[in-house]
Write a protein that binds this ligand. Structure first.
Ligand code: FCB
Length: 400
């Protein structure tokens, strides 16, 4: 695949997803709004950060902190409110957004599906029509959002299957590992069909999946725990990548390691204890796990795009350190041969973190949800430093 001649050589961007930032979606809008209104999250998404209305200002801020790219997602329920019925106004909104990306010097990377599903898919990804309906939507979008050259079909198929069908913390709240495997497979089939539909209309676009990769570490230095870490890696990380079919790049969402043992594997809800300090998500910080993940994936010989990486914290020094350490790890992985073509920090804005509500703060930009006022955080300076190393004309970093 040829990299578009006028795209930045390295995409340095920020990421969001529609449901987490758009706001004002009625209770029956998608599976998540229904879940929220059933009281299954810390709080409902509500007005979110009104990115639907405020995206022009947000894109200008992303550019101001040095981004040259922006990853955002489409909301299937808005685009196709009933099976086969497409909404022109929703499409026009995304056309405006991609145009605004161009105006602000941001290369768009669009995710077709980031977790939320329309209510008419009554069995979610297990609905028999889901892969074909999804592929039809993806093909239409690739044709209609013409300037978009980088696409993720689906965000984290393995996480959706785990959280919704094993841990039961996300819709539809099931505890059935056998079903989870079927849900994962249905998403991979949907990706394959979408890939074909998109490439048929726009052969030059880059299409991949945003895979979630965990760096599995053995809980203790025993052969049993080592075998458990190896097995977890095969099932959770490698299987979806191998079985997804064609991908022009591998999208990598990396946050943290997990410590596993045979007991963890026997009951995947039993996440092993996390040694040492953690973030507001209870996750550990492990940039070397990031380096190892990229080096190992890089051996597959495909281009990599880091589609998400970030920290939930209110400690801006910790955010800056996280970014600097993961940047160094990425650069080491590149020096070791991994073909990493981009990095998207999660997230551009503080937003609705699924079951956790608004408590975790991943953003480079804070949002006061009473006034919707935006403020660039000191931790964003580490991102701007990176931008300036790539693009000397990038603006000066915000005060630390
Ligand atoms: C990822 C999701 C993203 C966000 C981050 C923290 O698993 O893709 O929507 O919630 O985690």
């Amino acid at each position: 695949m040829t990299w578009p001649a006028d795209a930045p050589a390295f995409l340095l961007g920020v990421a969001t997803s529609g449901h987490q930032v758009d706001g004002d979606q009625p209770p029956a809008h998608n599976d998540w709004t229904a879940w929220e209104h059933a009281g299954r999250t810390r709080e409902p998404s509500g007005a979110a950060v009104r990115h639907w209305q405020r995206f022009p200002q947000d894109l200008a801020l992303f550019r101001q902190i040095g981004a040259n790219a922006y990853r955002f997602s489409l909301e299937w329920s808005r685009l196709e409110p009933a099976p086969g019925e497409y909404d022109d106004e929703a499409l026009a909104h995304y056309q405006e957004m991609t145009e605004a990306c161009r105006v602000h010097g941001l290369e768009p990377l669009v995710t077709v599906s980031h977790f939320t599903l329309p209510p008419w898919l009554t069995h979610g990804w297990l609905s028999p029509e889901a892969p074909a309906r999804f592929a039809a939507l993806a093909g239409r979008m690739a044709a209609a959002l013409d300037p978009v050259r980088f696409w993720c079909t689906i965000n984290e198929p393995n996480v959706l299957a785990l959280m919704g069908y094993v841990e039961g913390q996300w819709p539809p709240g099931q505890h059935r590992p056998g079903t989870a495997a079927g849900v994962l497979w249905a998403q991979l089939r949907a990706h394959r069909a979408a890939y074909r539909a998109m490439k048929q209309v726009r052969p030059a676009i880059w299409v991949g999946i945003a895979h979630h990769l965990v760096h599995f570490r053995p809980a203790r230095a025993t052969p049993g725990d080592r075998a458990a870490a190896w097995t977890a890696d095969r099932i959770f990380n490698q299987w979806p990548i191998r079985r997804a079919g064609p991908q022009d790049f591998l999208g990598v969402n990396y946050y943290a390691p997990r410590w596993v043992s045979p007991a963890t594997l026997a009951n995947p809800s039993l996440v092993g204890p996390v040694p040492g300090p953690t973030t507001a998500m209870g996750w550990s910080v492990d940039p070397d796990g990031f380096r190892q993940t990229l080096v190992r994936l890089g051996r597959r010989g495909q281009p990599l795009l880091v589609t998400e990486n970030g920290i939930a914290t209110d400690d801006e020094a910790a955010r800056g350190a996280y970014i600097a350490q993961h940047r160094a790890a990425l650069e080491q992985a590149r020096a070791a041969g991994a073909d990493v073509r981009g990095y998207f920090y999660w997230s551009g804005l503080d937003n609705f973190e699924w079951a956790e509500g608004y408590r975790p703060h991943f953003g480079l930009i804070a949002v006061n949800r009473d006034t919707q006022e935006r403020t660039v955080k000191p931790g964003a300076a580490a991102f701007t430093d990176w931008a300036r190393a790539i693009r000397p004309d990038a603006p000066p970093p915000p005060p630390r």
